[in-house]
Design a protein. Structure first.
Length: 199
């Protein structure tokens, strides 16, 4: 086993992350889907992100297989990583809570799907991805391994750049001018400056 204090903080954050995700999966599992744009490639991307966020960190902690890529992080990284992880987990939870029954793990829309523009969705269209990027930064700050530390940021970047164009096209097809207007006044994963100043 390869457990350091920063690893324990990361594992605690991962447990919270998995708990939030499982609660909302259970809450939305009975929703009838009207639109399903999911594909084998999309499911592979989800598996890639899960492996980078959970699988590789567990391999780092529980086995010696990745030890060759270990390096020393300055102690300050742990104290920077902790608030980043806490903020990312809050955003991850809030993004689920604001979406409510409109949330899905894949590219799907429910019957009577609602366009959510309240809460964190008032300033960014993709707070879930923003939380993934922040979690990836926390992972890089807390895990002293060249493979595991940076895996989530790489995987989430691939997911974002491949999936989001399909997701936004699906939303434009479903909501038309309403979604186009929403795109003009919000940022993707970072708020637009005008949105911040007018909020």
């Amino acid at each position: 086993m390869n457990i350091e204090p920063s690893h324990l903080l990361f594992l605690a954050g991962t447990a919270i992350y998995l708990t939030v995700r499982s609660v909302f999966l259970r809450r939305t599992s009975a929703q009838v889907k009207e639109v399903n744009k999911s594909s084998a490639g999309d499911r592979l991307l989800v598996i890639l992100v899960g492996t980078a966020q959970v699988g590789l960190p567990l391999m780092l902690v529980l086995t010696p297989w990745l030890n060759a890529a270990n390096y020393t992080l300055p102690p300050a990284c742990m104290w920077l990583g902790l608030p980043v992880m806490v903020g990312a987990l809050w955003l991850f939870w809030r993004a689920h809570a604001d979406l409510g029954n409109s949330w899905s793990v894949s590219l799907e829309l429910n019957n009577n799907h609602q366009l959510v523009t309240r809460g964190v969705y008032r300033v960014v269209r993709h707070p879930m991805y923003a939380s993934f990027f922040a979690l990836g930064i926390g992972q890089a700050l807390l895990l002293n391994n060249g493979v595991t530390g940076w895996a989530a940021l790489l995987a989430v970047s691939v997911l974002y750049w491949v999936r989001v164009p399909h997701e936004e096209r699906m939303m434009i097809e479903a909501f038309g001018p309403e979604y186009l207007s929403y795109m003009q006044r919000t940022g993707g994963v970072l708020p637009r400056i005008a949105t911040i100043t007018c909020a």
